[in-house]
Design a protein around this ligand. Structure first.
Ligand SMILES: CC(C)(COP(=O)(O)OP(=O)(O)OC[C@H]1O[C@@H](n2cnc3c(N)ncnc32)[C@H](O)[C@@H]1OP(=O)(O)O)[C@@H](O)C(=O)NCCC(=O)NCCS
Length: 152
């Protein structure tokens, strides 16, 4: 799957991946999560923190939590700039969704910046739709869309 020359796979995050994940985070977001927050998420939901590894190198991650009421919440997803548009973001989301199903979670929600056309396209292509707009969700004042998808 995925890259032309690279062999890629999706697997669970382990603590040794932390530096790579933090690097991807800094490259991907104007307001990156502090590195130690990733370890807190891993401690909470280790099954829902995945990385994309290509030829031994971690080049993407996705993490989610399970909420009350059988709902999954995707907290973050990012792919290193050089590895984008190769299907890794989609693969990470699909692997997460499979894990949500196995946990009996019937719905997924996530927030995305209204200007983030790449991420919105990815989510729409996977069947997510906008529930509502959340005013001034981000630290710079940008609005977010709350998007959701029902899992069968
Ligand atoms: C959003 C992100 C994770 C997508 O990862 P990716 O590995 O590049 O995505 P994929 O290659 O799996 O793309 C799947 C589909 O998403 C859509 N898509 C992805 N990037 C796109 C872009 N730049 N423009 C338009 N559509 C895009 C397309 O429909 C694409 O399918 P296609 O390549 O067959 O046309 C990546 O752009 C990223 O890390 N962005 C910075 C961090 C971020 O914004 N995260 C989301 C926070 S809510």
């Amino acid at each position: 799957m995925l890259g032309e020359e690279e062999r890629c796979r999706i697997r669970k995050f382990v603590a040794e991946d932390l530096d790579s994940v933090c690097e991807i985070e800094v490259e991907s977001f104007p307001y990156p999560y502090p590195c130690k927050l990733f370890l807190a998420y891993q401690a909470l939901f280790p099954e829902l923190f995945l990385v994309a590894e290509c030829s031994g190198r971690v080049v993407g991650y996705a993490l989610a939590i399970a909420e009350r009421g059988g709902r999954a919440h995707v907290i973050s997803i990012a792919v290193a700039p050089k590895f984008r548009r190769r299907g890794l973001g989609r693969a990470l989301m699909l692997h997460l969704e499979e894990r949500f199903r196995r946990l009996g979670l019937g719905e997924v929600v996530l927030e995305v910046a209204v200007s983030n056309t790449a991420a919105i396209s990815l989510y729409r292509s996977l069947g997510y739709s906008v529930v509502r707009r959340i005013r001034r969700y981000y630290p710079d004042g940008e609005d977010a869309y709350l998007m959701s998808k029902k899992l069968l």
